[in-house]
Ligand binder design. Structure first.
Ligand code: ATP
Length: 247
């Protein structure tokens, strides 16, 4: 079920639109969103999560429109969001936090509590379930963020730079987790990391100055690199050829 932005505009300040009548859809599977600093990726994901509202246009998941008041609750249940800074909720344990977010999304307390056990198991945090969430490391906290989206069984999960600042081992853990979960959840991942694209993603979207400048398979993305580019430099080279960068 694709997430679709249709004719979407958004500005933080009246004179500088970040998104200007943008139309783009995110297909099923695992999609990576690449783009330079300031391109508008986080803004796009915040709109996708319905944490921000567009000034024109719509953001839809199937028939549910995030902008339409009567659809909003259902829309938010179907979409999970991991912003750049996942926040521990003071005084709550890891399991309580996962359950609490499920409850906020409309589950009953008992349902949220029951599902939190399975969600923590899927992100390999069961053993830390009784620990206070503010005691988690950055990598563990991000896995808790994913567990929160699993509790309310989001169909589409938006991850904003989920591996920034993680050590190589934790990055590997996260990558394996995405691969495992992507059989049942559609992921849209904003990142600056272009290694491992082929191992994780089905679709690449490159965003620059509020507009998509590339949308295709990983193989098509690689083929945007000049002929003869060394194998390990294809992603970087293709990317450089597509974007103009920060103003
Ligand atoms: N809260 C805010 N208030 C005002 N301007 C903002 C705010 N958040 C982002 N912007 C501006 O909106 C534009 C897009 O920012 P955004 O964070 O969406 O880009 P990004 O592609 O996610 O960048 P990065 O890769 O650095 O995270 C930038 O010019 C940024 O300065």
């Amino acid at each position: 079920m694709p997430l679709r932005f249709t004719d979407c505009s958004f500005s933080y300040r009246a004179d500088t639109p970040v998104l200007d009548h943008l139309t783009v859809d995110f297909p099923e599977g695992c999609t990576v969103l690449l783009g330079p600093n300031g391109a508008g990726k986080s803004t796009l994901l915040s709109l996708g999560a319905s944490a921000l509202a567009p000034s024109t246009g719509s953001v839809t998941l199937g028939r549910a429109d995030s902008v339409r008041r009567r659809d909003r609750r259902a829309y938010r249940q179907r979409v999970g969001w991991l912003p750049q800074d996942v926040k521990p909720i003071p005084a709550l344990t890891v399991r309580e936090q996962a359950a609490y977010v499920g409850w906020l999304k409309g589950l009953s307390k008992s349902e949220a509590w029951d599902r939190s056990a399975d969600a923590l198991n899927r992100v390999r945090l069961t053993e830390l379930g009784g620990r206070k969430s503010h005691e988690l490391s950055g990598g563990q906290l991000r896995r808790l963020g994913i567990a929160q989206t699993l509790v309310h069984q989001a169909e589409v999960v938006l991850l904003d730079e989920p591996t920034a600042g993680l050590d190589p081992v934790q990055r590997g853990v996260f990558r394996d987790l995405l691969a495992e979960l992507s059989t049942s959840v559609h992921f849209i991942v904003s990142t600056h990391q272009t290694d491992d694209l082929a191992a994780i993603y089905d679709t690449v979207i490159v965003f620059d100055r509020g507009q998509p400048v590339f949308r295709g398979s990983v193989a098509e993305f690689f083929s945007a690199a000049p002929a003869g580019t060394a194998y390990e430099r294809r992603a970087e080279s293709a990317y450089r050829g597509l974007v103009r960068g920060e103003v």
